[in-house]
Ligand binder design. Structure first.
Ligand SMILES: [Zn+2]
Length: 91
């Protein structure tokens, strides 16, 4: 009689809790990797977290990109960027 073996789901590329395994490459990604993709930046005006991916309000200042939660925050930043950049550095 053949013994029943425990199947390792990962080798079949099946999504398990906390991990996603690519069926083509066999590589597994943890939740940490997903969080990197969903990177957030702090809105320098109101200190809210803004998702980088799909961000609507982005400004370039002194070679850096700044992300805003709204047009209002972006406008306030562009009126006086140095003020907010200085505040960010002090944090
Ligand atoms: Zn804001």
């Amino acid at each position: 009689m053949k013994k029943i073996e425990t199947i390792d789901l990962k080798q079949f590329g099946i999504q398990t809790i906390g991990n996603f395994c690519d069926p083509l490459t066999g590589e597994c990604y943890s939740d940490d990797a997903k969080e990197k993709i969903m990177e957030t930046k702090i809105d320098p005006v109101c200190k809210m977290e803004v998702k980088v991916e799909g961000a609507q309000y982005v400004s370039d200042y002194a070679g850096e990109k700044y992300y805003f939660c709204s047009a209002g925050c972006q406008h306030a930043f562009e009126e006086n960027p140095a003020k907010y950049v200085e505040n960010t550095v002090q944090d």
